[in-house]
Design a protein around this ligand. Structure first.
Ligand code: AHM
Ligand code: MG
Length: 337
């Protein structure tokens, strides 16, 4: 890539966009910058996962006795450290931790008005086989008074209240894709410079797509509406059959579907009536991005962003992607209900 004035860095973009927010104090910009920094550190660790494994084995022959730290635990620590040390949030909830964390300012409650919910390394079972993983984040303004201890109510907000959301995909190249409610923009990391450049401005889902992504191994456990929709995708009619693509790494499946057009489904199953994915750490941020990109996101019947969460690790069925494809899947769900 040649560096020209046309290439905007993520840092420049964040500062330029600050003007979108009336009375902005720069707090959100600092928060996004902390996420940018943490994602570069996680990227470095993910990239050397294979080699670290070799080193780890060699290390085992020494008397170190240190166990190789799991990457998802490491990613969790990196994000929490970046966000808490830079003092840009008053609280963090992570898919990796049972409870939310209150960030203090010395011994006092923190004055920041933002909380962050994060899935530090989603799809981490893919790391061992060198397949893309991701980080998902979601930012809310707290509902209780700044300067008081953060409470569970600050985290249990409907997705419609999100101020910003995004993901990092650690793929063949590493990208940050995020929204502050004004469209979706994607930035690709130039690893030689350690800088993210705006590479995918104004990302959108096409209205229709030709890819369906679902773990079909669970077919017999799916609700009838989902089974019927899968058969519809496979039928030779009009522009079908569609192509089946499932990485098993939500960020990567979503990213591909947004670029190429498609639908991702993780429905309820006979064993898990609420599906697998977490409302607060996975579904809400992806739903915010999907809607900002002109797509649609529901639990098969209701808009994800309007679900009132009742617990931090709540799960929910998830249908997300190109608008008309999600509508079609919902039609099958209604007809089979
Ligand atoms: P995780 O948060 O434990 O990594 O699980 C979430 C992941 C998603 O990235 C992915 O889409 C899904 O689980 C795959 O699940 P399955 O293996 O059941 O198809
Ligand atoms: Mg996850």
């Amino acid at each position: 890539m040649e560096l020209t004035d046309n290439f905007r860095t993520l840092g420049e973009f964040i500062i330029d966009k600050q003007e979108d927010f009336q009375y902005s104090t720069g707090e959100l910009s600092r928060l996004l910058s902390a996420i940018r920094l943490a994602s570069k550190v996680v990227n470095r660790e993910v990239n050397k996962a294979g080699i670290a494994n070799i080193i780890g084995k060699v290390g085992n022959q020494n008397i170190q006795g240190e166990e190789q730290q799991k990457l998802d635990v490491m990613a969790n620590e990196i994000f929490i450290e970046a966000l808490s040390q830079r003092e840009v949030v008053c609280g963090i909830a992570s898919e990796e931790s049972d409870h939310f964390i209150e960030i203090k300012c010395g011994t006092n409650a923190h004055l920041s008005k933002y909380v962050v919910l994060i899935d530090p390394l989603d799809g981490s079972s893919n790391i061992d086989v060198n397949v893309s993983v991701g980080t998902i984040f979601s930012i809310y303004r707290r509902v209780t008074e700044p300067g008081t201890p953060v409470t569970l109510a600050d985290f249990l907000q409907k997705g419609v209240n999100q101020i910003a959301a995004g993901y990092v995909v650690y793929g063949s190249s590493t990208m940050i894709v995020y929204t502050t409610g004004n469209g979706v923009n994607g930035f690709t990391l130039d690893p030689s410079l350690g800088t993210f450049y705006l590479s995918h401005p104004d990302m959108t889902f096409s209205k229709k797509g030709k890819i369906y992504s679902i773990n079909e191994g669970n077919y017999f456990k799916f609700p009838q509406g989902v089974k019927d929709y899968i058969k519809y995708c496979q039928k030779e009619e009009d522009d079908r059959p569609y192509t089946s693509r499932y990485i098993g790494s939500l960020v990567s499946d979503f990213h591909r579907n947004m670029i190429k057009g498609g639908i991702y489904i993780y429905p309820s199953t006979s064993q898990s009536p609420n599906g697998k994915l977490r409302l607060l750490y996975e579904c809400n941020p992806m739903a915010f991005l999907a809607e900002q990109a002109g797509g649609k996101c529901t639990d098969g019947f209701n808009r994800i962003l309007e679900i009132q969460p009742t617990e931090l690790h709540q799960r929910v069925p998830f249908f997300c992607g190109s608008f008309e494809m999600v509508e079609k899947a919902e039609e099958f769900m209604r007809n089979a209900a």
